[in-house]
Design a protein around this ligand. Structure first.
Ligand SMILES: Cc1cc2nc3c(=O)[nH]c(=O)nc-3n(C[C@H](O)[C@H](O)[C@H](O)COP(=O)(O)OP(=O)(O)OC[C@H]3O[C@@H](n4cnc5c(N)ncnc54)[C@H](O)[C@@H]3O)c2cc1C
Length: 387
C-alpha cells in the first residue's frame, strides 16, 4: 500500500528488479526477524544467524561486484533494502553500516587480495563489519584522533580506543581509523582492517552502550592495547585515510537519509491509519480539521523529502554526489524525520508515548539521526563552505 501522499510516486531509478528485491527484503524482515524483536531488544544486539540468513538470501553486499560474491548492483539496490528495513520497523541488524558503509571501503580501496579475503565473508554474513572513527575525546574533529598505529616489522602496533561503534559487540571485521603519523593531522590518518574474530590479544570490547533508542542494535566501546595488525591489512596507502573517509562519508550520509525518509513514510502511514480509526468528540480524529492539516503537512514534507532523496540517489549512482549536497540531504532529511515523527506521535495522544505503539519507538530511534554520520551542525559547516 502506498504511503498517503505518495500515491503514484515511483522512484525515478526504480526497475522491476527493485520491486523483487523489496519484496524479498520485506518478507525477510517481517517474517524472519521481526517475530524476535522483543528478545533482540532485551539482548541488546542482533542475532548472528539473521546476518547469515540475509547473506543466504543475497541481501548483503548488493552493490559489491559478483566476482567477490556480491550482488553486482549499485546504490539503488542498497537503498531499496535499507528502505524496506526501516519501513518494516526492523532495527536490530546494522546493515546500514555493514553493507552501506564497510563493504564500500573494502571495495573502493582494498587490493584484489584483500577483497578476495574479506568481501565474500561479509556478503555471506559469516563476517559482520563495523567502522571505528569516533573516540571518547571527540567525534566531530576526526583529524584529532589519538589511536595510533606504530610500525613494527610486518605489523602495526595499535593503541587507543573507539566509542559508539555500531555493530561493535558482534563485529568480526573493523575498518579502523588510526594515526600512523602522530605529528600530522589529516595526512597522518590511515585505515587498517582489524580482524576481531575470537577477540585477539591486545583487543577488548567494552560495555554495550545503553541508548535511549535502537535497543536491538549494538553500539560499543572498543579498546586496543598493543594490538597487532599486519601491514598487509592497510587499506590503500599510509596517510590516505582521511581522504578515503571524506570520499565515503557522502554515501554514509545518504544511507542515513534513506532511513530518514522511510521513517517519515512509516510515521505518516501509521498516523493516518490511527486518525481514521480513533474517535474523539463523536467523530474520527481525521474528521477534525487540525488533524487533517497536520497530516497534510507531514505528507507534503515526506513527498518533497522523497524527491530530494531520489535526486541524491541518482547523483550518487552517477558518481556525482558532492560533499555539500550529501550534507544537505543528511541535514534536511533527518531534521524532517524528527519533526514528522514527533508530529505524528502527537496524533496518537497518550498511546503515542507508550512503547506498545511503534510510533513511540520511532521517536526514540529518530533522535540519533541528527547526531551520527557527522552531526547536523557539522553538516551546516560543510554546506556553508560552498556558499
Ligand atoms: C548510536 C550511535 C551509533 C554510532 N555509530 C558510529 C560508528 O559506527 N562509528 C563511528 O566511528 N562513530 C559512530 N557514532 C559516533 C558519532 O558519529 C559521533 O557521536 C558524532 O560524530 C559526534 O561526535 P561526538 O559524540 O564526539 O560529539 P562532539 O564532537 O563532542 O560534539 C558535541 C556537540 O558539539 C557540536 N560541535 C562540534 N564541533 C562543532 C563545530 N565545529 N561547530 C559547531 N558545533 C560543533 C556537535 O555538533 C555536537 O552538537 C555513533 C554514535 C551513536 C550515538
Amino acid at each position: 500500500m502506498p504511503t498517503p501522499g505518495l500515491d503514484g510516486y515511483v522512484e525515478p531509478w526504480r526497475k522491476p528488479e527493485h520491486d523483487d528485491l523489496a519484496e524479498l527484503a520485506r518478507t525477510f524482515f517481517t517474517k524472519e526477524v521481526l517475530p524476535h524483536a522483543e528478545r533482540l531488544e532485551q539482548q541488546g544486539h542482533p542475532d548472528r544467524e539473521h546476518y547469515r540468513r540475509a547473506g543466504e538470501l543475497g541481501l548483503l553486499g548488493l552493490s559489491i561486484p559478483e566476482e567477490y560474491g556480491g550482488g553486482g548492483g549499485d546504490f539503488t539496490h542498497e537503498a531499496t533494502l535499507l528502505h524496506e528495513q526501516t519501513l518494516a520497523g526492523e532495527g536490530s541488524l546494522g546493515i546500514a553500516v555493514h553493507s552501506g558503509i564497510v563493504t564500500g571501503y573494502l571495495n573502493d580501496y582494498g587490493s584484489d587480495e584483500q577483497k578476495r579475503r574479506w568481501l565474500p565473508g561479509l556478503v555471506s554474513g559469516e563476517l559482520i563489519g563495523a567502522i571505528g572513527m569516533t573516540e571518547p575525546d571527540g567525534g566531530s574533529d576526526v583529524q584529532s584522533i589519538r589511536t595510533r598505529a606504530i610500525r613494527d616489522g610486518d605489523d602495526y602496533v595499535v593503541t587507543g580506543s573507539k566509542t559508539f561503534i555500531t555493530n561493535g559487540i558482534l563485529a568480526d571485521l573493523l575498518v579502523l581509523a588510526v594515526k600512523t603519523d602522530t605529528s600530522a593531522r589529516a595526512h597522518g590518518i590511515s585505515l587498517l582492517v582489524c580482524e576481531l574474530t575470537g577477540d585477539p590479544a591486545g583487543f577488548r570490547r567494552g560495555r554495550k552502550i545503553e541508548k535511549i533508542g535502537l535497543h536491538a542494535n549494538d553500539t560499543a566501546e572498543l579498546f586496543f592495547d598493543d594490538f597487532r595488525v599486519p601491514v598487509a591489512n592497510l587499506l590503500g596507502t599510509e596517510g590516505s585515510g582521511f581522504i578515503q573517509m571524506m570520499q565515503q562519508l557522502p554515501q554514509e550520509r545518504l544511507v542515513i537519509g534513506v532511513g530518514a525518509v522511510a521513517a517519515m513514510q512509516r510515521a505518516v502511514e501509521l498516523a493516518t491509519a490511527y486518525a481514521k480509526e480513533r474517535t474523539a468528540f463523536g467523530k474520527p480524529l481525521i474528521g477534525h480539521q487540525n488533524t487533517r492539516m497536520v497530516l497534510a503537512e507531514v505528507a507534503t514534507r515526506t513527498r518533497v523529502s522523497r524527491a530530494f532523496l531520489d535526486d541524491c540517489i541518482q547523483r550518487h549512482t552517477r558518481g556525482e554526489l558532492d560533499v555539500a549536497t550529501a550534507a544537505m540531504a543528511k541535514l534536511y532529511l533527518t531534521e524532517g524525520q524528527c519533526e514528522v515523527v514527533d508530529r505524528c506521535l502527537q496524533i496518537f495522544g497518550g498511546y503515542g508515548y507508550t512503547t506498545e505503539y511503534p510510533i513511540a519507538k520511532m521517536y526514540a530511534d529518530a533522535r540519533v539521526q541528527k547526531i551520527y554520520g557527522g552531526t547536523n551542525e557539522i553538516m551546516k559547516e560543510l554546506i556553508s563552505r560552498v556558499l
